[in-house]
Ligand binder design. Structure first.
Ligand code: PAF
Length: 279
């Protein structure tokens, strides 16, 4: 696996792939890799002949009181995992390469970025859209893969790709979960053992609510039950909402629906989501 940290080196490597007629799959990450990321890499290997992974802890997507400083950084272990998985190129830009002095352009995706995490974390999705637009221009992939765990992020990126005419296929990959159902996340490492044990209430509450709504129960009642069970488990809730799976606005008859939640336990903010079939 080749590792590059400067744009000219990245461009040389990408030009080499292109000259050889390779198809490029791209997995953007913030590192602290786990089985969820490796599932994206595995899918990337099936979708293309070359796989590029980036690791960049993007300061623009963290709010002033968020965990940028504490965010886990594990460059050596990450690099080993990626090499063992057969990744071709690791893009590790320093902050000053991604955002050189004078950088002043931001990408804002209206609508889909505004509710839910957009309301709870002002500016977060502008930071995500800006860095992904830059990464797409740097790597120029044919296909990019994102986890469905960050469901709103995936919707924001799909909207941006459509609106800005990026010629890139965006593929969502199902959430990877621990044996008890908790969605894998780099932030799970923050959980104290008792909070980790209680955190399973999140996927359970979503699963129960989704089933109730699918069998025709009143959606508001099912959401209220989910909220109550999360609070009983010790969660402090940001939101538990049923939305249109594409626009993330109000669900409408005949359209795909998704149930999304964000909640804190022991100071750690967890998110999860699940499809709600039928409409
Ligand atoms: O999901 C993430 O790890 C990040 O939000 C992403 C997509 C790599 C952008 O920084």
């Amino acid at each position: 696996m080749q590792t590059v940290r400067q744009l000219p080196d990245l461009r040389d490597a990408i030009s080499g792939f292109r000259a050889a007629g390779e198809r490029i799959a791209f997995v953007p990450t913030m590192g602290a890799l786990h089985a969820g990321h490796m599932a994206l890499v595995a899918e990337a290997k099936l979708a293309a002949t070359r796989v590029v992974v980036s690791i960049f802890v993007n300061p623009k997507q963290f709010g002033p009181n968020e965990d940028l400083a504490q965010y886990p950084r594990k460059e050596q272990a990450d690099s080993r995992m990626l090499a063992e998985a057969g990744v071709d190129l690791l893009w590790l830009p320093p902050v000053e390469v991604m955002y050189p002095k004078g950088h002043s352009t931001n990408v804002a995706v209206a609508g889909v970025s505004e509710p839910l995490d957009g309301a709870a974390r002002p500016g977060h999705f502008d930071g995500v859209a800006t860095v992904i637009a830059k990464l797409f221009n740097q790597v120029k992939p044919d296909i990019a893969l994102f986890g469905e765990k960050d469901f709103q992020q995936l919707a924001v990126i799909r909207r941006m790709v459509a609106d800005l005419d990026f010629d890139i296929e965006v593929r969502g990959v199902p959430t990877q979960r621990d044996d008890d159902g908790l969605a894998l996340s780099s932030r799970n490492a923050y959980l104290a053992p008792e909070d980790r044990a209680a955190a399973v209430a999140l996927p359970r509450a979503l699963g129960v609510a989704a089933k109730a709504i699918e069998k025709g129960d009143d959606a508001e009642g099912a959401l209220a039950t989910a909220r109550a069970s999360l609070e009983a488990a010790g969660f402090d809730i940001d939101y538990v909402e049923l939305v249109d799976a594409e626009t993330l606005g109000a669900p409408a008859a005949g359209r795909p629906r998704r149930l999304l939640a964000a909640a804190r336990i022991g100071g750690t903010r967890l998110i999860d989501n699940i499809s709600v079939e039928g409409a």
